[in-house]
Write a protein that binds this ligand. Structure first.
Ligand SMILES: [Zn+2]
Length: 182
C-alpha cells in the first residue's frame, strides 16, 4: 500500500505529538528547575517566565515513538537516531542524556539550544511545532540538519557561543522563514 505524503505527515505528526505529550507528562513531575548559575547567564537571552517555567530532567536514554502500523514500512526506527541525542525538549520539559553531551559542548550551550526549541513551541503551539518539524524531516530525507526549526536553533546557539548578547524571542520573530509560519 502506498501512502500519500500528506497522509504520512499527518499520521506521523500525530504519533510524535502523542509521544511528546507522554514523555513531557511522565517526566515533568520529577524534573527540576534550571540551575541558578545557568539561569543567570541565560537571563540575557530569554524572558524570566520561560526560564522559570522550563524544567530539566537527566535521563539515561529516550525510547523511540510508537508508530502507527500504516507508516511503519516508510518510517524506519533507525531514522530517529535518538541514541546520539544529548538533549530534547518537549514543550517546557528538557530531557538531558549526560553521556551524550559532546566534550566540546558546554552544558549551558546545550540548555540554550533546547530553550530555543521551548520558545519555538511557545510561539507556534505544540501541534504546529510538531507538524513543521515532521514535514521538514520527511521532506529532507529524514535528516535533522535540514529541519528549519533546528537550523534556526543551531544558528542562534552559535551566536550565543560567540559571546553575542541578544533576545532570542526577538531573533525568532525576525526570521523570514518563520514569519510565514507564525
Ligand atoms: Zn535541536
Amino acid at each position: 500500500m502506498t501512502i500519500s505524503k500528506n497522509d504520512l505527515i499527518r499520521i506521523l505528526s500525530k504519533d510524535i505529538l502523542n509521544w511528546s505529550c507522554f514523555l513531557r507528562d511522565t517526566h515533568i513531575k520529577s524534573s527540576e528547575p534550571i540551575p541558578t548559575q545557568e539561569q543567570l547567564i541565560l537571563a540575557h537571552y530569554f524572558e524570566p517566565t520561560i526560564l522559570k517555567r522550563t524544567k530539566i530532567k537527566f535521563v539515561d536514554s529516550i525510547d523511540i515513538p510508537v508508530l502507527n502500523e500504516s507508516i511503519k514500512d516508510v518510517v524506519e526506527e533507525r531514522y530517529f537516531n535518538l541514541q546520539e541525542a544529548a538533549g530534547i525538549a518537549f514543550w517546557n520539559c528538557i530531557l538531558i542524556i549526560p553521556d551524550n553531551i559532546k566534550k566540546k559542548t558546554s552544558f549551558t550551550s546545550l540548555l540554550f539550544h533546547e530553550l530555543v526549541h521551548v520558545l519555538q513551541y511557545n510561539l507556534l503551539g505544540m501541534e504546529k511545532y510538531v507538524q513543521l518539524y515532521i514535514s521538514d524531516w520527511l521532506n529532507n530525507g529524514f535528516k535533522y540538519e535540514h529541519i528549519a526549526l533546528e537550523c534556526i536553533a543551531h544558528k542562534l546557539t552559535q551566536r550565543f557561543e560567540q559571546g553575542q548578547v541578544f533576545s532570542v524571542k526577538q531573533s525568532l520573530m525576525e526570521e523570514v522563514d518563520l514569519k510565514k509560519i507564525w
